[in-house]
Design a protein around this ligand. Structure first.
Ligand code: HEC
Ligand code: HEC
Ligand code: HEC
Ligand code: HEC
Length: 418
């Protein structure tokens, strides 16, 4: 009797798991015209997806204590940001990211942007990229962003990810298509599973602007690892050498931008084929209907739906694992950041001396450039290491070592002891 119950329960469990991991049945297609970008109009036909999309407007902290959707300045908890980004826009304003509907409001509001900033800056903020790129080609990238604002009404909406006629997932950012092409990948031939991460990879990535044209390029020719990307930049692609020169150390610096896609792709989940959507857009059930949640936020706000289809441990246990990873990463990130800040300062002090070995001093500058690239690759990534704990901790360890090497080398250059 008892054994019988166990068998029945196990069967039920297996069936539930299979059903949970399967996509909702056939979507009933609506006739939405190609240029219709208003999510409320799409919502008339796809109400469950639309209602969950509207939850992206919620602003709340995350149960992990990191991430979250509150617009707080990172420099409050990480003073080293002010030193390490001295002389460039990220020292003026650098807030936590929040939901997709805020993308246009936040880019218009940030002190990092002026009316003359390149149009390329709005690539990942709005659906109107589709028409702007169709009409102007890459020329839009160099146009002052204020010239493009009148063409823009909606932020990141349904049409960013969906073809309105078929509702299948699509890529609209030409920089992603070109970067993947260079790696020999035709995104038009991507599987449904791959598209569940590619749609996010159009925006949640490291990039740079080609000098002269401001064309948006993803630096992936050598691979997704921070060292491979560093080596790519060392080749001065299209004449691009640095994002800015640090005013204290005079080092030629690189700024990393939210490399979620790159970090995830080398991690355990990425390698196991767990997509961004698996965790950030889990399946939900309402009124007997199964659908994909379009509340794209910290998965720990809805961990039961995000993690439990694969992990049988309790939500509390999983949250504990995530917090442990993030606390470890936070500690090393902070150590790396503050040591780098010291390195900029030491190089500055040494360079004021008249009898300095300039070759050594330039070596110190190269070392702080690399140390900061490694630190920033983690700090600018939004998961506090969760997407790839092993790689992130390794890179932070190297960053701390490089920062101390920069300090030592600068002191050798000046015969000093700062
Ligand atoms: C950031 C990208 C993104 C945005 C923006 C987006 N979706 Fe989706 N949508 C997805 C993904 C990913 C899936 C899962 C598709 C799959 O697995 O094939 C999906 C699935 C769907 C489906 C199929 C049924 C289901 O629930 O799985 C519908 C319908 C849908 N979305 C409607 C919408 C509507 C309406 C909006 C705007 C309010 C929207 N989507 C905005 C990424 C997005
Ligand atoms: C068109 C570009 C674009 C696409 C496509 C896109 N994102 Fe985003 N995402 C952004 C931007 C920009 C922000 C920050 C918005 C802000 O802070 O105003 C953001 C914010 C987020 C956040 C933070 C939300 C919060 O509550 O803190 C998460 C999580 C996220 N995106 C995940 C995803 C996932 C997963 C996908 C794919 C299913 C995806 N994004 C697709 C550009 C994009
Ligand atoms: C195995 C699950 C999982 C996968 C797969 C995954 N993420 Fe995450 N993601 C997380 C967790 C957990 C966090 C940390 C959230 C927190 O601290 O509250 C996170 C954080 C984020 C954040 C910051 C959210 C915030 O609250 O500010 C962004 C943005 C993001 N992920 C994007 C992506 C993208 C893009 C992909 C695919 C390339 C991806 N994630 C793949 C679980 C996942
Ligand atoms: C689609 C299946 C799937 C989903 C969804 C998923 N995981 Fe995983 N998870 C895996 C696999 C596969 C591994 C690696 C192999 C293993 O350890 O069994 C893994 C490993 C882990 C690890 C070990 C450390 C690491 O990074 O490898 C943690 C912690 C973890 N997952 C937490 C989470 C959390 C938290 C969520 C929800 C936000 C989540 N997972 C969602 C499949 C999944």
């Amino acid at each position: 009797m008892f054994l019988g119950m166990v068998v029945v329960l196990s069967l039920v469990f297996i069936v539930v798991r299979v059903v949970v991991s399967k996509p909702p049945s056939e979507v009933k297609l609506a006739e939405i015209p190609a240029g219709e970008y208003d999510p409320a109009v799409w919502g008339r036909f796809y109400p469950l997806e639309y209602e969950s999309y509207r939850k992206n407007l919620d602003m709340a902290a995350s149960p992990t204590g990191y991430g979250g959707s509150l617009k707080v300045q990172h420099s409050i908890k990480q003073k080293e940001i002010l030193m390490n980004f001295k002389g460039m826009a990220f020292s003026k304003d650098y807030t936590e990211d929040r939901g997709h509907p805020y993308a246009m409001e936040d880019i218009k509001g940030t002190k990092r942007i002026t009316s003359m900033s390149p149009g390329a800056c709005m690539t990942c903020k709005t659906v109107h990229l589709i028409d702007i790129y169709r009409d102007m080609g890459w020329k839009y990238a160099k146009a002052p962003i204020s010239e493009l604002f009148p063409k823009i009404k909606h932020p990141i909406v349904c049409a960013n990810c969906h073809d309105p006629a078929t509702m299948s997932l699509r890529i609209v950012n030409p920089a992603f298509i070109e970067a993947m092409q260079k790696k020999g990948i035709d995104v038009k031939k991507a599987s449904r599973e791959e598209m569940r991460s590619y749609v996010c990879g159009q925006c949640h990535v490291e990039y740079y602007f080609e000098p002269d044209t401001s064309k948006l390029i993803f630096p992936w020719d050598k691979g997704f690892h921070p060292e491979e990307i560093y080596n790519y930049y060392a080749g001065k692609p299209f004449g691009f050498e640095q994002d800015w020169i640090h005013p204290d150390s005079q080092a030629k610096m690189l700024k990393a931008q939210h490399p979620e896609f790159e970090t995830w792709s080398n991690g355990n989940h990425g390698k196991a084929g767990v997509s961004c959507a698996d965790c950030h857009m889990p399946y939900m059930r309402e009124k007997g209907q199964k659908y994909t949640s379009h509340w794209v936020s910290s998965p720990m706000k809805y961990a039961e739906a995000s993690c439990r289809p694969c992990h049988s441990e309790s939500v509390e246990w999983l949250l504990g694992r995530v917090k442990t990873i993030q606390n470890n990463v936070w500690q090393l990130q902070h150590t790396a950041g503050t040591t780098i800040a010291r390195a900029h300062d030491v190089i500055k002090k040494v360079s004021a001396y008249s009898r300095v070995d300039l070759t050594e001093l330039n070596r110190a500058r190269e070392l702080v450039r690399k140390a900061q690239w490694y630190w920033d690759f983690v700090a600018a990534e939004n998961s506090m290491g969760f997407h790839n704990p092993a790689q992130v901790l390794n890179i932070l360890g190297q960053s701390i070592d490089l920062a101390y090497q920069a300090i030592e080398t600068a002191n050798r250059a000046g015969g000093t002891n700062f």
